[in-house]
Design a protein around this ligand. Structure first.
Ligand code: C5P
Length: 404
């Protein structure tokens, strides 16, 4: 089935190198049955030609605010009313800034302001520009205005840098659009999650890790996505397929997980830390494999240092999302969890009794006690999928009633 059959999509292209992906995006949107019209900023035309996008969309591409061909020269108002969703892809730092401030000084920014349509942005820029405080503020403001923020991804950039700022792949944007247009009460809510274990290298072949399978975090990500949330899942090494309609980012170590989280935390309303982050890592990672024969004594003393606490780092940020943590304990479970709720300044904590072999860690079932300031809910033993649904219900109920 075509997920966008009969939908009216207005694609706004701004001027970054990722504009070349707009051609593929138009093709994929049409393959899903959408009617696509394209508008471009002046700079976008330096990266991709209007002729290309016109041929692929089958519609005239507009770049100018004043359209002498349109009746009364008001083509932009007509387009603004026509669109069901406006997607700005790629969204450059400059265009994001203009939209965040409500400027209307070209066709794209005027349409944005003039349209009641659902709106989404797919940022694409140099990693330093993305991390800049001004960009983060602008994105946060757009999110507060109800704009969906899809991406960016982290990785190698056209400029040679490595970091967050790559535009989401066109197929991912199409999946997100299908989810956004086809319902769910968490539309417009950005959820950032961590899941799985982390691996802390000792040398090129050895590492410290734990038994986390990632099942609970993956089930939770799928449950959020099923309710229409935009979910980004930062995952340690697991043997699970990425959940559908979730942006999954693979990391290995606690430090990588922290960086991946910090690069995206500004645009999320909920942060859920499900990962079993290794608590310690080798103070010095050996560049070459450590040989048994090179050691003087039979005992091996490995010096360890703590890893960064990702959850506490996010919870300590001034402009922070609503924060949910997990506590895996073997005894006195609720007391430890309550102490953690206070110490890490969390909004909610879900506790797992990992002394039981029938639930938790690699098992398919789980049971949780969920605690928050002045509240408690028990989720009785059930499959991780069912527990995930109930936990999402609990998180959303308490988050929505919290007037913090
Ligand atoms: O302190 P403890 O490790 O028990 O806390 C567990 C919670 O903190 C989980 O939500 C886990 O994802 C998060 N955590 C983290 N970074 C760490 C350690 C734990 O985000 N380094």
């Amino acid at each position: 089935m075509q997920g966008l059959a009969g939908r009216r999509v207005l694609l706004a292209v701004s001027g970054g190198i990722a504009a070349y992906k707009a051609a593929d995006l138009v093709r994929r949107l049409r393959a899903e049955g959408a009617a696509v019209r394209v508008v471009m900023t002046a700079r976008a035309q330096q990266f991709i030609s209007a002729t290309t996008l016109q041929a692929l969309s089958g519609e005239a591409v507009r770049c100018e605010i004043f359209d002498s061909a349109a009746e009364q020269g008001m083509g932009h108002i007509e387009l603004a009313r026509w669109a069901e969703i406006i997607l700005l892809a790629p969204a450059t730092a400059s265009t994001l800034a203009r939209l965040a401030h409500g400027l209307a000084d070209d066709l794209v920014s005027t349409l944005w302001l003039a349209s009641p349509a659902l709106k989404a942005v797919a940022p694409a820029m140099n990693q330093q520009m993305w991390r800049a405080a001004a960009t983060q503020r602008n994105v946060q403001r757009l999110c507060e205005d109800g704009v969906l923020c899809w991406g960016p991804e982290a990785g190698e950039q056209a400029c040679g840098d490595v970091g967050p700022g790559r535009m989401c792949e066109p197929q991912d944007l199409v999946q997100r659009m299908i989810a956004a247009l086809n319902g769910g009460d968490l539309q417009g809510v950005n959820v950032l999650m961590t899941a799985g274990p982390t691996r802390e290298a000792i040398d090129p072949v050895r590492y410290i890790s734990n038994h986390s399978s990632g099942k609970m975090g993956y089930a939770l990500a799928a449950a959020f996505a099923a309710r229409g949330a935009q979910v980004t899942l930062i995952s340690g090494p697991v043997a699970l397929p990425p959940p559908a309609a979730v942006t999954t980012i693979a990391v290995v170590s606690a430090e990588e997980m922290l960086q991946a989280v910090l690069a995206r935390v500004a645009s999320c309303q909920l942060f859920v830390a499900c990962a079993a982050v290794a608590d310690y890592r080798a103070r010095v990672v050996a560049e070459r494999k450590l040989k048994k024969s090179e050691r003087q004594e039979s005992l091996w003393r490995l010096e360890l240092e703590p890893t960064p606490d990702i959850l506490a780092t996010v919870a300590a940020q001034p402009l922070r999302p609503w924060v949910v943590g997990f506590a895996a304990e073997t005894h006195d479970v609720e007391n430890y969890a309550l102490a953690k709720l206070q110490a890490k300044r969390l909004d909610m904590i879900a506790c797992n009794d990992v002394s039981r072999t029938d639930i938790g860690f690699a098992a398919d079932d789980n049971a949780l006690v969920v605690l928050w300031q002045g509240g408690r809910r028990e989720l009785a033993r059930a499959s991780k999928t069912q527990i995930a649904g109930q936990l999402v219900d609990t998180i959303v109920d308490v988050w929505r009633s919290d007037k913090r």
